[in-house]
Write a protein that binds this ligand. Structure first.
Ligand SMILES: C[S@@+](CC[C@H](N)C(=O)[O-])C[C@H]1O[C@@H](n2cnc3c(N)ncnc32)[C@H](O)[C@@H]1O
Length: 265
């Protein structure tokens, strides 16, 4: 399977399964200091809300980076993942000490979980791949249903307006390509689905999610990856401190590859 054949697969679930056969997910968040910024920021924010004994649901868990992190801190974690390649990579890492219930399933159907059963729901992936608004609304509705009234939902998006700059970083000819609309700057939704900051707010408003905080979770780290990866540990620590200092500032929110939105139902 190559990228051009993938593009022809209409059904989201089949395209996702095929995508992760050819795109390695296992090291996405830990392959470098720059890649780790998103993980560091996201876990820092989740930990602000976590309480002892909380039950966590990780939807679109990938190769398990977040599920394993929280399970190894003692939390009970349920994980749902669609792509067989990622399930396989995740399963290999689970030890018998990890309290993880891993399900090979689709975040659109969480009927195996009861209403109001999780304190924390992580939705870091399915919304990168659901091409229809009705499915995105269904996915958020399912996540809301299983979230306790007192619980907190964390939702990740990939931001259209920053992807323009990231693509340019990788391909200097990008601005002359036809992979985006030259007037509206909407990037082609392949292999991921991209949103503007305003679109994420509208989607969550329509889904009845009350937004508590928005975070530029990786900021400009991908654009600066060579410089960040070359930092010594002390400089990197200070860079992370700077990133945390400004990642909620309104002027940073759209200038991030990933947006982390924290909300309540
Ligand atoms: C870019 S990865 C992110 C993985 C991990 N959550 C993280 O943040 O690093 C997106 C993940 O969402 C999964 N995914 C996409 N659509 C899904 C769906 N409808 N149900 C469950 N998982 C889904 C993909 O298979 C993939 O593992």
């Amino acid at each position: 399977m190559d990228f051009e054949s993938l593009r022809k697969i209409q059904e989201d679930s089949k395209r996702v399964d095929a995508l992760y056969q050819i795109m390695e997910e296992n090291s996405r968040l830990n392959r470098s200091k720059a890649a780790r910024v998103e993980f560091f920021t996201t876990t820092t924010y989740v930990e602000k809300f976590l309480k002892e004994g909380d039950r966590i649901l990780d939807l679109g868990a990938g190769a398990g980076e977040y599920s394993l992190y929280f399970a190894r801190k003692g939390y009970e974690v349920s994980s749902v993942e669609l792509a067989s390649a990622n399930i396989e990579a995740f399963q290999k890492k689970i030890t018998k000490e990890d309290k993880i219930h891993l399900i090979h399933g689709n975040a659109l159907d969480l009927s195996c979980f009861e209403d109001n059963s999780f304190d924390i729901v992580l939705l870091f992936g399915p919304l990168y791949h659901l091409s229809k608004e009705e499915d995105r609304q269904r996915c958020i509705a399912e996540a809301k249903r299983v979230l306790k009234p007192s619980g907190t939902i964390f939702i990740a998006f990939i931001l259209n307006d920053m992807v323009i700059l990231t693509e340019f970083y990788y391909r200097p000819e990008f601005f002359l390509e036809n992979s985006y609309d030259h007037e509206t700057f909407k990037v082609e939704d392949f292999p991921f689905i991209f949103f503007t900051l305003e679109q994420t707010r509208e989607m969550l408003h329509n889904a009845g999610i009350q937004i508590l905080t928005e975070v530029a979770s990786d900021g400009v780290s991908e654009l600066l990856e060579d410089k960040i990866n070359a930092m010594d540990d002390e400089s990197y620590k200070q860079y992370l401190k700077y990133h945390l200092y400004c990642c909620e500032k309104p002027e940073m929110l759209g200038r991030s590859n990933h947006l982390l939105t924290i909300g309540k139902k």
